[in-house]
Design a protein around this ligand. Sequence first.
Ligand SMILES: Nc1ncnc2c1ncn2[C@@H]1O[C@H](COP(=O)(O)OP(=O)(O)O)[C@@H](O)[C@H]1O
Ligand SMILES: [Mg+2]
Length: 495
Amino acid sequence: MRTIRAKITLLFVVIFGFTLSAFAGALYFLYARQSAQNFDLNLSNDALEIAGQIKGDERLELEIQSGLIQQPLTANFGTNEYVQVLSIDGVIVIKSTSLRSLNLPVTPEVLALALSRHQVFQTLEKVTSSHLIKSGHLRVVTYPVFDNGIPTYLVQVASNTLILDQSLFGLRLLLLIGVPLTILAAALGGFYVAKKAFDPIDRIIRTAQSISAEHLDRRLETKRVDDEISRLSKTLNAMFDRIQDAFLLQKQFTADASHELKTPLTILLGEIEVALKNPRTTDDYVNILNSAVEEIKRITNIVDELLTMARLESGQLQLQMRSIRIDELLLDAISKTSAYASQRSIQINYEVQDITGREHEEVFVSADKDKLLSAFINLLDNAIKYSNDGSTIRVVQAAGKGTVKLQIIDKGVGIPPEDLPHIFDRFYRADKSRSSGATRRGSGLGLSIARSLIESHKGTITVLSQPGSGTTVTITLPALSVDDLAEPRTADVIS
Ligand SMILES: Nc1ncnc2c1ncn2[C@@H]1O[C@H](COP(=O)(O)OP(=O)(O)O)[C@@H](O)[C@H]1O
Ligand SMILES: [Mg+2]
């Protein structure tokens, strides 16, 4: 009973069995009633016929009516039926030869009922002598004959119900054996059909079980017909695709993260080992330690980025949303990167393009200040890192309707078109050999994190780039309207 197959079969058998039994019962009941009615109709037809015969014999009729016949006459009405003709006081006048020495019983109640213009039917269960009822019962009709509304005599016709009983018995037997056999056949058929229907599901279960970490590329077979099973298989296959992708990404991520951490650690280890080989001057140690600090900073950076990444992905990064001025945020990011920029004698220009005519200072966004700041620092860091020494970077702010558009435009090395679709991927760095130079170190996580942060602020980020002539990063963020700001401001005034 644990399988759906068994449940369906059982349900099917119960429903079908119930219906078939009800049908068989109704059939038997109607057939039995109809047969009994026909049997009675035949009896009264025979009685009517005998009354007709007597009417044809005027002398006999008169003799019956006048009670002249003292000793019952015998007549041959055939062997199957028993006939009696009685005077209205219940005296037997004629009886069939088939009755031999026996009489059909007439009770005063039957006589009274018959004389009040009723045909009376009786079933005799036990009759003293056995030859009338070998088996089955004796069905008797008492038929009154009237002349001008006056009762003249009674005709009784009786017949054995053996044939009727036998035919009913046969039908009963047929149904009692046939119905259970049909139900059994239906159960077997139902089980077979259910098995056929669930076989594909069993196959799916077996294949799905065999899909493990080692065999992630296994897929369920899909038929060309678009039935339920095929659709289930396709849906599961699509799910397996996504799982496989996620799994591979996970594997890749671990490999990349280890690799990124291994490089600075190897350098650090090498430097320290070399330093330990021979005694050194204090200056040498200071230099070595400074270099070690650089590597450790790099490692810390990567670990920080990995942590942010992990929190972003697991949705654990809590954003502390506040209304903040976007121009202040940009200027903050610029000042935090200015030291690095001036190292490379790069100038960062901040511009405001006012589209709406509103004063630019008034552009507010709802944001987690630190998180959004780190995203901008990342982008500015890229712009500086991939610019040529002495060039200029433009940071452009433009307020649109309900949004604010920010652009970081550099005239640096640009990004080859084949790398452009991947730069937001984790650990992706265009042209590894070029990026591996000391000045362009990085983990390849910056843009990935920046995009996640901006998207969690309901913003968008796009990159346009031309190799050799520069890169433009465009960010749009939803701006707060004056209405959004109304309440906190009033509060400010009151306090
Ligand atoms: N302003 C830019 N100019 C040229 N290339 C860029 C710029 N910003 C990003 N890139 C490319 O995109 C890659 C991914 O950037 P990012 O995720 O910040 O990694 P990282 O800065 O650590 O290399 C960089 O390695 C670089 O090849
Ligand atoms: Mg970067």
